[in-house]
Ligand binder design. Structure first.
Ligand code: ADP
Length: 570
């Protein structure tokens, strides 16, 4: 009887699907992106800067795909099997791009390693991920040589441009990347048949707020992220663009650009290791770049160069800035002085990484310049596919009123569910807590107030270190600013502002304090201001507040109330 019922229900469902029709079930696979680019945008260029006195490397998508095929066969010949991890320690270059795709095509996992991590962290991460092969740029050979005796699973090192390596840096038994490719033909290999939920990428968080955690990206999450981040109200990428990802391919896949740019067929301009303002500007001009993407620290260098040489861009139209908050003064200078539109974006390793992008709606395009500048400071609207929610510490959902800060939660198909090793990622209710404090306004614009670990808890209220830093940067004598909270006997925590003055400026703490007093609520004013020569940055170019807190742990703020500190411990 039961048997007859199940046959019946099966035949009903078959009849229904026959009646309603169906769509093809083509699994998303990252290799399809570059394969398609080679056919549809075969003559579009990929340009890769070289910094050992050589001319930039340039080839087309069609040629890139041929080399991806060669590399795929070579990696397979090394005995790698689907699921194996291939570590990379490399700059933004055409070779790195080839590794991204050849690994995906074989069902391998491209594990991008951040060379700016400490050697201790790298050793831990490579062993934790059980990487089998390391593909490295010659700049990182001394690092790899030092680490190698302690790397438990690495069985082969492959060196890009190995002939340029100083003899002392060479690693015995390492293979040369070009020689490896040369052994294989450029015909398409039988790429692996991979379920779209299988991994293709792996990236560890920078550990600025704890031990590094591994985030695994799948073919499906990577492809969907590439689609969503290319949309007009996201990065607005197209085949008409020439795009320079300054943001490194060794951290969160350069914001997914190595996937989204071939997806749309844009020209790609890769800056290699020369990330100073002058080199970046020259490359942008030489290749007529229309869009660049990088963290605020990189823009500090570019703007400083343009300022010193009184130069500006001839082709750059817009720039995506994210990774940390873009200060208002930076947005203003880029937009007003250089006529380049700033697109502020927010994301994190756990979100592949793009979560929100600041592009105006039709209604907001009408607003006046000052209003649009204050809007530009916000991190924008969640891109399609990403759901957001803000809540209080007790779990109560907060309204989208632009003034109720709370913990920012996200969910979506490119948000981490579980870290490597089974470490819990998303909560059991399906939301992922980003660790950021934010407001969301009535139009859905997210404003990141702070990281929950950085926000200054003063007398039961929150002071945003980001807002203080951004306001300090408005002062013409300030090059860079960082704010940390220090323990205070009465208020729990009070802000300390640490600034790097511009070269040749006569900035004094008192003058800066008066400047802030005109722009900020009195109780937000820092209790003390320190001027320093430089600020510590982490592996991803962000201010390293953990180190600043350590550096200033001896520092004691006067146990005064805010009235008295208005006179100041300056
Ligand atoms: P980690 O440094 O832990 O590896 P990520 O590089 O993934 O982390 O950085 C994610 C964090 O960077 C976010 O949670 C947020 O605090 C910060 N962030 C990213 N973009 C912005 C932005 N536009 N404004 C302010 N903060 C940002």
């Amino acid at each position: 009887m039961r048997h007859r019922e199940s046959r019946l229900s099966r035949s009903i469902s078959t009849t229904r699907s026959t009646m309603l029709g169906s769509m093809m079930d083509v699994p998303m696979n990252v290799i399809q992106i570059i394969e398609r680019a080679s056919r549809h945008h075969g003559s579009t260029e990929i340009v890769s800067a070289r910094s050992h006195g050589e001319e930039a490397h340039r080839y087309t998508y069609a040629e890139a795909y041929q080399r991806v095929c060669q590399l795929g066969k070579a990696l397979r010949a090394l005995g790698l099997e689907p699921g194996d991890r291939v570590g990379t320690l490399a700059w933004n270059s055409h070779a790195h791009l080839e590794v991204y795709y050849a690994t995906a095509g074989l069902g391998l996992v491209c594990h991008t390693l951040n060379p700016r991590f400490s050697a201790v962290d790298l050793e831990w991460i490579i062993n934790h991920a059980e990487d089998q092969v390391l593909i490295v740029d010659i700049d990182f050979l001394p690092l790899v040589k030092d680490l190698l005796p302690r790397l438990e699973t690495i069985r082969q090192v492959i060196v890009i441009d190995s002939q340029l390596a100083p003899a002392a840096d060479r690693i015995p038994d390492a293979l040369d990347y070009e020689a490896l490719l040369a052994t294989e033909s450029s015909s398409s290999p039988d790429w692996a048949t991979v379920d779209e939920h299988q991994p293709c990428g792996l990236c560890y968080t920078s550990g600025t707020t704890g031990m590094p955690k591994g985030v695994t990206y799948t073919h499906r999450s990577t492809t969907l992220h590439a689609y969503a981040s290319s949309l007009p109200d996201s990065f607005a990428l197209s085949a008409q663009d020439a795009v320079m990802p300054i943001v490194p391919m060794f951290h969160v896949n350069a914001w997914g650009l190595p996937y989204s740019l071939p997806l749309v067929g844009a020209k790609i301009v890769l800056p290699g290791r020369a990330l100073d303002g002058e080199s970046l500007f020259q490359l942008m001009e030489a290749e007529q770049v229309t869009m660049a993407a990088g963290v605020p620290t990189v823009w500090l260098g570019i703007l400083e160069h343009l300022n010193q040489k009184s130069r500006t861009f001839s082709s750059l139209k817009r720039t995506v800035i994210g990774g940390s908050a873009a200060p208002e003064s930076m947005i203003r200078t880029i937009e007003s002085t250089h006529k380049v539109s700033v697109v502020h974006a927010w994301g994190m390793t756990e979100i592949s990484p793009t979560g929100a992008v600041n592009t105006p709606t039709r209604a907001l395009r009408q607003t006046d310049e000052e209003l649009s500048l204050s809007l530009k400071k916000k991190q924008g609207r969640a891109i399609p596919g990403i759901d957001i929610r803000i809540e209080k510490a007790d779990g109560t959902t907060l309204p989208w009123d632009g003034s109720s800060p709370g913990h920012l939660l996200v969910r979506g198909p490119w948000v981490v569910q579980q870290y490597t090793g089974g470490v819990v990622g998303a909560r059991s209710d399906g939301w992922f807590d980003t660790g950021d404090i934010a407001t969301v306004d009535t139009q859905g614009f997210i404003h990141i107030v702070d990281r929950s670990k950085d926000v200054i808890k003063s007398g039961g209220e929150w002071i945003s270190s980001i807002a203080l830093e951004s306001t300090a940067c408005e002062h013409p004598g300030v090059f860079e600013a960082a704010v940390i909270g220090l323990p205070h006997p009465k208020w729990m925590e009070r802000p300390l502002l640490i600034c790097v003055p511009r070269p040749n400026s006569s900035l004094s703490p008192r003058e800066l304090r008066d400047f802030l007093a005109e722009r900020l609520p009195k109780w937000w004013l820092p209790d003390a201001i320190e001027l320093v020569d430089s600020l510590p940055h982490g592996a991803t170019g962000k201010l390293l507040k953990t180190e600043l807190r350590q550096q200033f742990s001896h520092y004691s703020l006067a146990p005064a109330d805010n009235e008295r500190t208005a006179g100041g411990v300056l």
